[in-house]
Write a protein of this length. Structure first.
Length: 487
């Protein structure tokens, strides 16, 4: 018998429930994995077959003829006047993966006949082109845009996933968004090359909600959060409001705040308002109206501070300036204008500025204490102080760093030249003859001669130490005079 079937109805239901509300997991029925089929089984003459049971094999294929079946099962069908009804998937569930090909065909074979021809194309029910709700979907690929109109998007942690976001015992992430496999930049603000995810609430406002104990949000390229930003740097990050990273400021970052500007490669602004990071690898951590304008410069916070020297630092405070290379300014209106200079200023309403390189300056109206929490002098040291001691045996010119000089001349007289009084204001020098030799020690006001004095004795005349253990203590007036304050 050469049989044939006239299909009366073939329907597939892919019932997908509405997305659940954030924080609530709603219970929905399982998605049916079967297709309903109704038809009339006729013989080769076109007449309905006698009532009875017939063995029928069904196959879903991706081609109209030949090929390998994507799904198949065999059922015993009962007929009445040739009519029959069956559920495809009753024995072997229909996996939705077999319906993901560009075309699908249903092949039917009534034993012992070969498969009927032609195979029946499986096509869409009109409204299946636009699925209204989705429930229980186990996977798939969306090509093109995806818009979720709200009120919310909820992705619960799947069973078997640990709190780190990986499958227990393995390395697979529970939820993975593969933005772009080739790691080309992603610009959410302007024509993304890889993709865009937009989740709007019921008022049309863009909202994204991520819930979990731990995990990462991962995307290649740049990222922009908030509104009214400019983000043109490769792999740059902007959040907050009215912040800007211009073209060429690659790897720059503005983590929040308002009206901040990161103009250079690797520049970073943590937040605050009206801050500027203009030097490569410069940082403004926060505060307001702060500027880091040189390579590696840093302002940690405060207001109105400027770090404009390379690798200069301002930890905070108000109106401080670190201008010199590797300089440091802190407090209130401290001005480290020279390289390698440290300036700390108290709250007085006046600038306190460096005057040369490598200075360490402190302005403290309440005194400075070292190991002294309640200093009673401008500098109060609670502990021993060491001083620099040097020994000479021949004529010598003392440097600005001299403190205590011991003269151990072996016999003949020697001359010790003092540094210029004009460069050593308040400096105290001690000179002591420790040799028993007859030669005296002559102390002269300046090696160049003329214009400077020791207690009224003008160079080239000298102050003399004649006997062993004679000494003199001198202090500079900062102009042209050394005065003897001890001998």
């Amino acid at each position: 018998m050469r049989s044939r079937i006239v299909i009366m109805a073939l329907s597939a239901a892919l019932m997908i429930g509405a997305l659940s509300t954030i924080g609530t997991v709603s219970a929905f029925g399982a998605v049916p994995d079967s297709l309903n089929l109704q038809g009339i089984l006729k013989n080769s003459a076109g007449n309905p077959v006698p009532n009875g049971s017939y063995t029928v094999t069904f196959r879903i294929c991706s081609t109209a003829t030949g090929g390998t079946a994507l799904w198949s099962e065999t059922q015993n069908l009962g007929t009445n006047g040739g009519q029959f009804t069956c559920m495809l998937g009753k024995i072997t569930p229909v996996d939705d993966t077999c319906l993901r090909t560009a075309k699908c065909f249903l092949g039917i074979q009534v034993s012992p006949d070969p498969e009927m021809t032609p195979r029946i194309p499986l096509v869409s029910v009109p409204f299946s082109w636009r699925v209204r709700t989705v429930d229980g979907a186990t996977g798939g690929t969306v090509t093109g845009g995806l818009s979720v109109a709200g009120p919310s998007l909820f992705i619960p942690r799947p069973p078997g996933c640990d709190t780190t976001g990986d499958t227990t015992g393995g390395s697979a992430d529970c939820v993975a968004l593969d933005w772009c496999s080739d790691y080309t930049p992603l610009d959410v603000g302007v024509s993304p090359r890889c993709g865009r995810v937009t989740v709007n609430d019921i008022n049309g406002l863009t909202t994204i909600w991520l819930e979990g104990q731990s995990g990462d949000v991962r995307a290649c390229g740049k990222a922009t959060f908030g509104e009214y930003h400019m983000n043109k740097g490769d792999f740059a990050f902007v959040a907050g409001c009215h912040n800007a990273i211009p073209d060429g400021a690659d790897y720059a970052s503005i983590s929040g705040g308002k009206d901040n500007r990161a103009f250079a490669t690797g520049a970073t602004i943590g937040g605050g308002s009206a801050n500027t990071a203009r030097g490569n690898s410069s940082t403004v951590a926060g505060g307001a109206s702060n500027r880091a304008t040189a390579r590696g410069a840093t302002v940690a916070g405060g207001e109105g501070n400027v770090a404009s020297g390379m690798y200069a630092s301002v930890p905070g405070g108000d109106a401080n300036t670190a201008l010199g290379v590797a300089s440091f300014a802190a407090g209130n209106r401290a001005k480290a204008n020279h390289s390698g200079t440290f300036v700390w200023a108290d709250g007085q309403a006046a600038d306190f500025a460096s005057t040369g390189d490598y200075q360490f300056l402190i302005r403290a109206a309440g005194n400075v204490g070292i190991n002294a929490p309640s200093p009673t002098s401008m500098l109060h040291v609670n502990g021993p102080i060491a001083t620099y001691v040097s020994t000479v045996q021949t004529n010598a010119v003392l440097s600005d760093g001299a403190s205590v000089t011991l003269v151990d001349n072996p016999g003949a007289a020697v001359t010790v030249y003092l540094p210029s009084a004009s460069t050593c204001q308040g400096r105290e020098l001690t000179i002591k003859k420790i040799s028993a030799a007859a030669g005296v020690v002559n102390i002269r006001a300046a090696a160049t001669g003329g214009g400077e004095f020791i207690d009224g004795i003008q160079c080239p005349l000298t102050y003399v130490l004649a006997a062993q253990y004679d000494f003199v203590v001198l202090v500079s007036d900062g102009v042209n005079h050394w005065y003897v304050v001890g001998k």
